[in-house]
Design a protein around this ligand. Structure first.
Ligand code: ADP
Ligand code: MG
Ligand code: MG
Length: 904
């Protein structure tokens, strides 16, 4: 460790881009650009070290002003100007700049060094307009930033001055008006603070530096850091930069630009320019800026020079850069650069095009994008048109949906059952609405924020959702909704919901599938397709291809129906990692289960279950030919298939009161009573069902084996696997395995051929993870059911908690992440690692999969890659996300194993 005291002040040429800890991002960028020989005005940096010392001690660190004086002397020497000298005035800006960019969160003061004398001298030399414009800006920024006057007070005075002069913009104010405005600003400062705007230039400089230090702890800055997870103890650096003046006439101006379009990724400089303005005018929106072509029109040489610098910066930083510049009387200066923020679409396009240009390689391109960005690109959207929104709320869950308005969950389910598309509108939602939300295309609520029940549940389900629509009043009793106070709509009215923007529209808008999603599906259709026109879609394909080359984890899908399986294949799934057999028994087929349980022609019902299972397994295996299909044995508690106990009891009492008897109803009530559980999540499910009530599971396994035997006879290449859910104890697994294998053996014997179906176990209870070594001896593979493993590790029921207390926990910061969305590495992750290690110790070639929804969460995939998992299995639309992220993680892992010389 370096124990020498770190410097409090450095000149630009003494630093470089690796020093952002000490110099802040802005300072490191200015230093690097100075090294590169770009036209950066000279200056120096008061370091974060000085800021930290100032904040800890509550005052100036020792030696600070000596070091500042020395750097200032060097700056005066270099510029031939002197701070506070009316004959040759040096003016500087004092600019905040922390290690991580915190746009607009801290303070900057321009034009330090102006006072009455300097302004008078400049005016004498014919620069009155420029001098007074700069002076009023100093009064404004100094008054606000250093002396704490409310900024809007200055804006009000400016507005009045424009009105009095009858002009539209500040730039049109004449010298006299600017002089008056400066006087008004200074009077305001005195009135509000009792202090004068200091006339001594050094005092201005020192006070401005202190104010920037203090702005680190301003409320805005603290809130921003909390939100972005930036540590509170870093402090900010302060950049003192010789002023260059964009407000010095028509051959002067200021601009902000990117080396490429940050929205679309299109190559070529992109940005805003304002003639005759200082930099803050561009950002603050006081005048609407023009685009860079305006600069080209006015001054093609400057435009060319800027383009050359932009290209050099992008080449040097090897990525999109964001640049501030100023032109002073036909001379260009660069005032800031940093890596540019970009949209998800631009991120893909830029990464791939930089690779095509040879700036980076495809592996690095892959690390420049992530699964969260791809997730956004896969959502459908509305076709762009000029429709004005009916109302606006919070964009709670992305996507686009069209449907008929309904106002309660029961109607939503009923109408959806009739094949209608519905949009569920509620004042807010509660757990009782879950079924209705599931049945709807979109959910909209008038109350609630981004962590409300509706928002959280909808995001979990991938449903479009808009919350907090304040102009919407839902009246479920009257079955109407009123927008904007007077637009009343009845149940059944069609509306369109954009969950990506938070807008609602009257009537039906045309939905377009995401171009990226369509492109991925088409490109894997097997036939040669032309490369898509859309550059982002093309870039996504290239990076997915690269990810597939690099990734060490396989990607499968959770799917039951042939349609889901087809989608999964088109998205590039390499198999089915979870086929939930209970899904084959939902809807009208629930009655079959009910008949088995109440022994109402149980044999007939079982035969019917077996026949439909045979047909469905056959199609599923055909669709997935050549790829593994993991079939999970029946998992839910039986009562899920039965009517509600309370409803039945009420009906029975009513019937009894009337003296009626209905033997079927009585039998049903008895069965429901027998199977009723206080806590079904921890009850008779999964392997327990097979061992206690085996009938249904047995016929499903027989149907699977039969389907396999017949397909094998036709010479088809099918690869089924069976997995046993909710195992806690090795004896459960061995008993289940014996049952399953004897059923398969019977079928094999009947067909006179071998049927090879590996049997694995789900690891979804803590005890299974802890005894994984024993389980491995009886299992051909493990599959981590991380949803249940999270529930049982935390002792939290997902359905109840996510919308209930977990939402409150998150709002209050008691938990930072929702463990059902992003794998809890500390707790659940430890169990996963433990199970991997114990399992592999028993059986080194044990296959390990993950089939909880975490397998499609980009953040969690990073963990699984490190834990040594063989494959991920997630819902079909998330398959590309898993492919991309698995590839990216593999590249990151090998990069950290073999670091290159570039350490940026
Ligand atoms: P922010 O971090 O909020 O962008 P900056 O410190 O970059 O704040 O400065 C605010 C504006 O003032 C920017 O447009 C910047 O380009 C401009 N600016 C800063 N220093 C100077 C200078 N020395 N000469 C001219 N303009 C400057
Ligand atoms: Mg800036
Ligand atoms: Mg489970």
């Amino acid at each position: 460790m370096d124990t020498a005291p770190r410097p409090l002040v450095l000149e630009f040429h003494e630093g470089d881009r690796s020093m952002s800890d000490l110099l802040g991002g802005k300072g490191a960028g200015l230093a690097e650009m100075t090294r590169l020989g770009l036209p950066v005005p000279p200056g120096f940096i008061v370091t974060t070290e000085a800021c930290r010392a100032f904040l800890v001690a509550g005052g100036d660190p020792e030696g600070l002003w000596d070091q500042v004086d020395a750097a200032l002397a060097a700056l005066e020497e270099r510029s031939g100007l002197v701070l506070g000298d009316p004959a040759r005035p040096l003016l500087v800006s004092v600019r905040s700049g922390a290690k991580f960019s915190m746009p607009g969160m801290m303070e900057t003061v321009l034009n330090i060094g102006l006072n009455d004398e300097v302004v008078a001298a400049l005016s004498e030399r014919g620069e009155a307009h420029f001098a007074w414009d700069s002076y009023r800006r100093l009064a404004q920024m100094y008054g606000r930033t250093v002396l704490g006057v409310e900024g809007s007070r200055f804006d009000d005075l400016l507005t009045e001055a424009r009105a009095a002069a009858g002009v539209a913009t500040d730039a049109e104010l004449d010298d006299a008006a600017l002089q008056q405005l400066t006087a008004d600003f200074r009077a305001l400062i005195v009135k509000e603070t009792g202090h004068e705007l200091p006339q001594d230039a050094r005092t201005q400089l020192h006070e401005a530096v202190r104010a920037v230090f203090r702005s680190w702890n301003g409320e805005r800055a603290r809130l921003y850091r909390a939100h972005e997870g930036i540590p509170d103890d870093l402090g900010t650096a302060v950049n003192v930069v010789q002023m260059v003046f964009g407000n010095r006439g028509d051959r002067s101006g200021s601009g902000v630009c990117f080396t490429r379009d940050p929205v679309t990724g299109e190559p070529g400089a992109f940005g805003d320019y304002l003639p005759n303005a200082q930099g803050e005018d561009v950002v603050s929106g006081v005048r609407s800026p023009m685009d860079l072509s305006e600069l080209h029109r006015r001054d093609p040489e400057i435009h060319d020079e800027l383009s050359r610098h932009l290209a050099a910066l992008e080449h040097h930083y090897r990525d999109l850069c964001d640049v501030e510049f100023t032109v002073e009387r036909g001379r260009l200066f660069i005032l800031q650069t940093r890596l540019g923020k970009r949209s998800p679409a631009a991120a893909f396009r830029i990464a791939v095009e930089l690779a095509d240009e040879g700036v980076i390689d495809l592996d690095e391109a892959l690390t420049r994008v992530n699964g969260h960005q791809l997730t956004t690109l896969l959502h459908p959207s509305f076709r762009v048109d000029a429709a004005a929104p009916l109302a606006h709320g919070l964009a709670a869950s992305p996507g686009a949906a069209v449907g008929q308005l309904v106002f309660d969950a029961a109607t939503a389910m009923e109408w959806a059952g009739l094949g209608r598309n519905v949009v569920l509108a509620r004042p807010e939602t509660s757990p009782d609405d879950f079924g209705g939300m599931l049945a709807s295309k979109a959910v909209i609520t008038s109350r609630g924020g981004l962590t409300s029940h509706a928002a959280v549940v909808a995001r979990g389900l991938g449903k479009t959702c808009v919350t907090g629509i304040e102009s919407m009043v839902v009246d479920p009793a009257a079955r109407t909704v009123t927008f904007n106070g007077d637009q009343v709509m009845q149940e059944g009215t069609v509306i369109s919901v954009d969950g990506t923007t938070g807008d609602l529209f009257e009537g039906s808008r045309e939905i377009q599938a995401s171009i990226v999603a369509t492109t991925i599906q088409e490109s894997s259709a097997g036939t040669e397709v032309a490369l898509p026109d859309d550059p982002t879609a093309r870039a996504v394909l290239r990076l997915l291809e690269q990810a597939d080359k690099r990734r060490t984890m396989g990607v499968r899908a959770n799917a039951e129906t042939p349609e889901e399986a087809r989608t999964a294949r088109r998205y590039g799934a390499e198999g089915i990692g979870l086929c939930r057999t209970e899904h084959m028994l939902m809807g009208p087929r629930r009655q079959l289960v009910e008949r088995v349980v109440t022994d109402d022609d149980a044999a007939g019902a079982l035969a019917e279950i077996e026949a439909t299972a045979l047909a469905e397994f056959t199609t599923l295996l055909e669709v997935m030919e050549g790829l593994p299909v993991v079939v999970r044995l029946l998992d839910p508690p039986l009562h899920e298939f039965l009517p509600d106990l309370v409803d039945l009891s009420v009906a029975a009492s009513v019937a009894a009161a009337k003296g009626e008897t209905d033997p079927v109803a009585e039998k049903r009530l008895a069965a429901v009573r027998r199977l009723h559980e206080a806590n079904p999540m921890l009850g008779l499910r999964g392997v327990r069902l097979l061992l206690v009530h085996p009938e249904i599971t047995v016929v499903q396994v027989r149907a699977l084996a039969e389907a396999v035997a017949r397909l094998l006879e036709q010479g088809r290449n099918v690869r089924p696997e069976v997995m046993v859910p909710l195992v806690a104890e090795v004896a459960e697994l061995s008993a289940a395995r014996e049952r399953v294998e004897s059923v398969i053996a019977e079928v094999a014997e009947r067909h006179g051929r071998a049927i090879d179906i590996p049997v694995g176990v789900m690891i979804e209870l803590p005890r299974a993870a802890l005894t994984a070594g024993d389980l491995a001896a009886h299992a051909d593979f493990f599959s981590f059911g991380t949803n249940d493993l999270t529930q049982t590790t935390w002792g939290i029921s997902r359905d109840d908690a996510e919308a209930g207390f977990l939402a409150i926990y998150r709002e209050e910061g008691i938990v930072a992440i929702d463990p059902f969305q992003t794998l809890d590495e500390v707790g659940v992750g430890t169990l996963v690692r433990e199970a991997v290690e114990r399992g592999r110790r028993t059986k080194p070639d044990l296959q390990l999969g993950v089939c909880g929804e975490h397998a499609g969460d980009p953040t969690s995939i990073g963990f699984f890659a490190g834990a040594g998992v063989d494959y991920l299995s997630c819902s079909p639309p998330r398959v590309p996300v898993a492919r991309l992220e698995a590839g990216r993680q593999a590249v990151l892992k090998s990069a950290s194993a073999h670091p290159t010389s570039d350490t940026r």
